[in-house]
Structure formats: C-alpha cells, structure tokens
Design a protein around this ligand. Sequence first.
Ligand SMILES: NC(=O)c1ccc[n+]([C@@H]2O[C@H](COP(=O)([O-])OP(=O)(O)OC[C@H]3O[C@@H](n4cnc5c(N)ncnc54)[C@H](OP(=O)(O)O)[C@@H]3O)[C@@H](O)[C@H]2O)c1
Length: 258
Amino acid sequence: MDITDRTVLVVGGTSGIGLGLARRFADAGSTVVVGGRDTSRVDDLETVTVDVTDPGSVTRARDTVLAAHPDLDVVVTMAGVMLLEDLRDPAHAEQAQTTIDVNLLGTLRILDAFTPHLVGQGYGDVVTVTSGIGFLPFPIMATYGASKAAVHSYTESLRAHLVGTGVGVTELVPPAVATAGQELVNPNALPLDAFLDEALDLLTRTPTPHEVVVDRARALRWAERDGTYAELLAQRSRPLDALPSHGGDHTTDTPSSR
Ligand SMILES: NC(=O)c1ccc[n+]([C@@H]2O[C@H](COP(=O)([O-])OP(=O)(O)OC[C@H]3O[C@@H](n4cnc5c(N)ncnc54)[C@H](OP(=O)(O)O)[C@@H]3O)[C@@H](O)[C@H]2O)c1
C-alpha cells in the first residue's frame, strides 16, 4: 500500500496507535483526518468529531469528511476500548455491551458509512484493527477478545464482498503496544514507534498484505496452528486469580499479556 499520496481518515486517531499511524501517513506526504470523540488532544492534524456508537454522529462525520475530501481513499477503523471483565459478576454486562458497541458495531458503522464512497470511486483501502487477543484469548478481557475475533471474521467477509471493486481490505493485528495505559502496567508492551516501524514496513509491501502481523503478534496469531494454544491460554488465564470473585485482590492486578 502506498502511504505517500493518499487521503486518509483514521477513526480512533485522536490518541495511541491511531494517532501514531495517522502521523506516519502525514509525514510520508498523505492528507490525513483523525476522528474520535475528543479531538482537543490533536493540534497537528485535521480532525473530525465522531462517536462510533452513535449512527447520527457517524453520518455527520462522513458527510463532513467527504465534503472536504471527495478524494478520500483510505479509511482506518481504529476506534476501540479495552475493558477488563469478571465473568462471575453479572455486572460485567455493562463492559461487554460497551465493548461490542464500540469495537464491533462501531467498526461496522464506519465501514457502512464509507464503503459506498470507496466502491463508487473504484479504488481505495480499508484498514480494520483487531488484536492478537482476537486469536488467542486473554480471559480477563473476554468480550474484548470476542469483539476482535468478530472483526477479524467480518474483515475476511468484507474482503470477499469487495473483490473486483478496486478497494483493498487489510487487517492490522497489533500485539500489546505501549498505549492506552499499557505502558504503565505491561512491561512487555511494544513501544509505539517500534510497533509502527514494523507495521508500516509490512503494510507498504506490494501486494498489500491481507494481515499486518508484526513479529511480537505472531505467537498469538498462529498459536492454534503452532500447537501452543492451550499452554499460552493457561498462562494468560493467571490474572483471573487476582479478581475478587476468585478470592484475589483486583486492585493489585496488573494484567501483562496482550
Ligand atoms: N494498545 C494495545 O496494546 C492494543 C493491542 C491490540 C489492539 N489494539 C487496538 O488498537 C486500537 C487503538 O488502541 P490504542 O491502544 O491506541 O488505544 P487508545 O489510545 O485508547 O485509542 C483508542 C481510540 O479509539 C477512540 N474511541 C474510543 N471510543 C470511541 C468512540 N465511541 N467513538 C469514536 N472513537 C472512539 C479514541 O478516541 P476518543 O477517546 O477521542 O473517542 C481513541 O482515538 C484499538 O482498536 C485497540 O483495540 C490495541
């Protein structure tokens, strides 16, 4: 994928990986708009306010972006939340609903809003964002993993639907990256710049890969194929012991495997 001469919207680009990716596109020469609920954090890129859980907000953002940038040709669906859950406590349903609304339905709302434009234009790229956790669960983030597995499956179907339209579909599969508080609790999280260096090296190859899986994410992406799934899942289940319902002290829990 060329990143030097594109017109790009990164939804979920107001912080973290999305903002870092947006700046890489801009530094390479592309025109970039970042979207999110809180655009006040960004003063070096064009912004658009959007809440992916609100269909009206998504429609307004689409109309605003396409009016200013009728040549928009890359859409990145980066908006996501990463919430901890205790499945023995029915109150987790609130986190589960938010997670599905933002990560899964939010992604679908953005794709539905922009796919007709890209297909009508006859060229472009969609970049969806999953996680290593979509392929190997991290049980303390149960619905998060489910939402990302769903986005993976949906991405595969979307690619099939768009064959022959000139619109490519790529899935970014990050491992733990030192953003969104990970830098505070997870010593194994990959520094953002190191992640972006490797991810962009893969993304910019020809042909554009269907999946961008950096080295650190491969053990998760391919655990089932590699026969390491059960062992890794057991390791990644240990933080559950710190939950109050398991007799642990949740306040001292620092989940560290993403
Ligand atoms: N960091 C990791 O370890 C990791 C690993 C694998 C995958 N990922 C995925 O990478 C993506 C970015 O994560 P990150 O680490 O960069 O987290 P982050 O810094 O918290 O960024 C999340 C982005 O999503 C936006 N967002 C959240 N709720 C939204 C909503 N309702 N409407 C519109 N935008 C919304 C936020 O913008 P506003 O707050 O302005 O709305 C922000 O721009 C997520 O999809 C995440 O699941 C992250």
